[in-house]
Design a protein around this ligand. Sequence first.
Ligand code: APR
Ligand code: PHB
Length: 390
Amino acid sequence: MKTQVCIIGGGPSGLMLSQLLHLKGIDTIVLEKHTRDYVLGRIRAGVLEHGFAKLMREAQCGERMDTEGQIHEGFNISDNGVLHRVDLHKYSGGNSVVVYGQTELTRDLYDAREKLNGMVLHEVDDVVLHGLDSGSPSVTFSRGGNSERIECDYVIGADGFHGVSRKSIPADVLREYERVYPFGWLGVLSRTPPVDSELIYARHERGFALCSLRSNVLSRYYIQVPLTDTVEDWPDDVFWDELKRRLPGDVAARMQTGPSIEKSIAALRSFVAEPMRYGRLFLAGDAAHIVPPTGARGLNSAASDIYYLYHAMVAHYQQGDDQGLEEYSGKALARVWKAQRFSWWLTSLLHRYPEMSAYDLKLQQTELDYLFSSDNALSSLAENYVGLPF
Ligand code: APR
Ligand code: PHB
């Protein structure tokens, strides 16, 4: 097979780029390891920054997001039972975020690809990237017992943290930066009305908690747990009791509980790989960087990668201008690191670390007190939460 851009990974990053390039007449093939149902079965976060929402519309995939997604102009931080509202709209100069599940967004992208007869090959195995430092790269893989090969101009590594693309960059070129946090998030999805119309991030002496939502009838809640815990340690009633303990009394009192329809524990990790380009390979999204979920930056870090790559590819194919491709890694990483900083900061501000001293706790408390006493600090939080420009 032959294509212009071969995209490894059919997650939000790969599908979005494929869709945007297709609309500009650039041919792509997406290679995805799993079935569509498997990809759509993964429960992921649900906050989109306005820049990503704009990209969805540009990709002609924004219709359902705009009708079913909720615009949020603020969120709340509970500090040991006391609720403070962060007015995103006021402090970010009129911006907001869209609450729309990443699973739904991925479904919209798949539907859009299908409508345009975009080529997405599922259940591919043994993906190997060849000739990345030559002028004619190729990708080999197996599918349904057959060995296949795609010749292309460029390869996009959008195959997530565990993908093969990043690992195809020689070890003496690649530099990895990582921080692993000493706790995880236990997440529960339940078919109950959300406890609040806005998100509540809770700092509490028993540990962090988060009340989020997918719709008016679907809630997503998280609590900080030790990494040694398993979901078996958290039957539903134990989970609800613990969540309520970490929230303000009136919020806990109005919490509607019900059976969990999904329950999982995720480790928290910060990770960046540099450079994001090697020859004809360009990394995007989770393949190159991940953040702890606290700042809702996961998908939003991917958004700027996709935006830069999209424009760079269009400039290359339509004007023969390679400046965007040359500058991609540096430009993408500059924004990636800002999202890393913000996610690390919000994580540090709200979680209870096992090794925290009395001094550390005082500093954490002061940081929060300062935040709610300073318009400048709130503006900084808001501009990062709604998404820095790209
Ligand atoms: N070959 C082909 N596909 C692969 C391979 C491989 N060797 N390895 C992984 N994949 C696929 C995965 O099955 C997955 O569907 O690549 C896709 C990568 O998708 P994501 O992990 O969702 O990464 P990305 O598209 O960059 O999305 C970023 O997802 O995890 C969240 O927080 C993250 O919100 C962010 C978003
Ligand atoms: C979610 O809804 O899953 C969610 C929301 C905000 C976050 C993290 C996760 O910061």
